[in-house]
Design a protein around this ligand. Structure first.
Ligand SMILES: Cc1cc2nc3c(=O)[nH]c(=O)nc-3n(C[C@H](O)[C@H](O)[C@H](O)COP(=O)(O)O)c2cc1C
Ligand SMILES: C=C(O[C@@H]1CC(C(=O)O)=C[C@@H](OP(=O)(O)O)[C@H]1O)C(=O)O
Length: 396
């Protein structure tokens, strides 16, 4: 079973990522891993911290001569900012004088709920792990899941469809979305320059006024055959697993599959993707899995918790960042008096970065189900099982 976990605090020495359950023989491309990590650091509206960090995954185990060997893969990602906090956040007893307490919790962050739960009168003990710095470790694991999927012809990409009230004004093709990953300036990871300019204006407004802004990203999985996930048990449904994977990311407050949100306001005749049958048999090269086809993909590639061969389309809705340069009211842990919420520095908009982290989470969820369905201890065995199933589907 594909499993992964992370450890590490935002300003600690290092993040740690552990992923196991991959077959042997998956090519692991260090450049690709680091490029994915770089992408997660980009986007217009990120704060000062991203000028300090330069993320790279240091692989400690599970890979030999550029390929997985079937054993768990351990990676570390150093926090460059650690040297600025080494004395402030010591691992041992340390110097209490130097410790910088976060004593007025930020509305929207984990500060108050975490301080109450873990019995700390200093939210720094909470924010260190609640921080989305952790998502870098997820991206390192997700990059490996993506490389496994890529070996089977399955690709995962994301783009931004909304920042605040600025929405993408047209449909995007998968090729356009995938091309964003090659951009040198990610800006707002939007496929349409005119929409992107409106999105940028939303971020500029937030920057000017000491506010923050949220938005919506969309992750698309291309090339997945029908039959991944199942309707038979609630916890094996692809839709449920994707929703949990994306919702688990920091600041994601809603997940939409296909056109799930507008579907709830529309009649069935306008929502469901009518089925047709193509005259010609499908060839492997065309990237199609069956002669059954759809005019549109409002279902987002999932029916009954099972992939149906269309692109998977998963949207994540991000709340605005909770650390405000013009802070909201809060209460001091010490005096219990009304005060302003803590502010040191912060991101103002993270929609493109969250999209990259969501790509990783989606890739990990899909890779887990693919490994479960097709099995195999080596990539060769997995590939053979996958291809023979695709052949069966084409001949249906
Ligand atoms: C890539 C990324 C960067 C983030 N950067 C910040 C930040 O600079 N400041 C902040 O207050 N929250 C930031 N957040 C959001 C917080 O981590 C998140 O709101 C907090 O952990 C509370 O969790 P919740 O929003 O899921 O309830 C970021 C989230 C993501 C995905
Ligand atoms: C470090 C990252 O994001 C951080 C996520 C984050 C938060 O509260 O979630 C707060 C900020 O950290 P700091 O207070 O050190 O500036 C972000 O920079 C990262 O994405 O790598």
């Amino acid at each position: 079973m594909l499993r992964f976990s992370t450890a590490g605090e935002s300003h600690g020495e290092s993040l740690v990522a552990l992923i196991s359950g991959l077959p042997a023989g998956v090519p692991v491309d260090q450049e690709f891993l680091d490029h994915e990590l770089w992408r997660r650091q980009q986007g217009y509206g990120r704060g000062g911290r991203m000028r300090i960090e330069r993320d790279t995954a240091h692989i400690l185990s599970g890979v030999r001569h550029g390929k997985t060997i079937g054993s768990p893969i351990a990676m570390t990602l150093a926090n460059r900012d650690w040297k600025n906090w080494e004395e402030i956040l010591p691992v041992g007893e340390g110097d209490a004088e130097k410790h910088k307490a976060v004593a007025s919790p930020r509305p929207g962050h984990a500060d108050l709920a975490g301080a109450l739960k873990y019995d700390f009168k200093d939210a720094r003990y909470i924010l260190e792990r609640a921080s989305a710095r952790e998502s870098a470790a997820r991206v390192a694991c997700g990059a490996i899941a993506k490389l496994l999927l890529r070996a089977l012809g399955v690709e995962v990409a994301s783009h931004v469809v909304r920042v605040g009230s600025a929405e993408l004004s047209r449909e995007a093709s998968f090729a356009e979305i995938a091309a964003i990953a090659q951009r040198e300036d990610v800006l707002l990871a939007c496929v349409d320059p005119e929409s992107e300019a409106r999105m940028k204006a939303e971020v500029d407004q937030a920057l000017r006024t000491g506010d923050t802004i949220g938005g919506v990203f969309e992750v698309v999985v291309h090339g997945l055959p029908p039959g991944v996930g199942t309707h038979v048990n609630w916890d094996e449904r692809l839709d449920g697993l994707l929703a949990q994977a994306v919702m688990s990311l920091q600041a994601v407050k809603a997940v939409e599959l296909g056109r799930g949100v507008t579907a709830a306001q529309s009649p069935g005749s306008k929502v469901h993707d009518a089925i047709a049958y193509e005259a010609e048999p499908v060839s492997e090269d065309a990237g199609k899995f069956t002669r059954f086809s759809r005019e549109h993909n409002n279902a987002g590639g999932i029916e009954g918790g099972i992939s149906n061969g269309e692109d998977l389309v998963v949207r994540g809705y991000l709340k605005p960042i909770s650390t405000l340069r013009r802070p909201l009211a809060s209460v001091s842990f010490e005096t219990r008096e009304t005060t302003k919420a803590a502010y040191e520095r912060s991101d103002v908009c993270v929609v493109p970065a969250a999209g990259v982290a969501a790509e990783a989470m989606v890739a990990l969820a899909v890779a887990r189900l693919v490994i479960e369905k097709f099995g195999g201890d080596s990539l060769r065995e997995l590939h053979r099982n996958f291809s023979s199933y695709c052949e069966q589907i084409r001949a249906f």
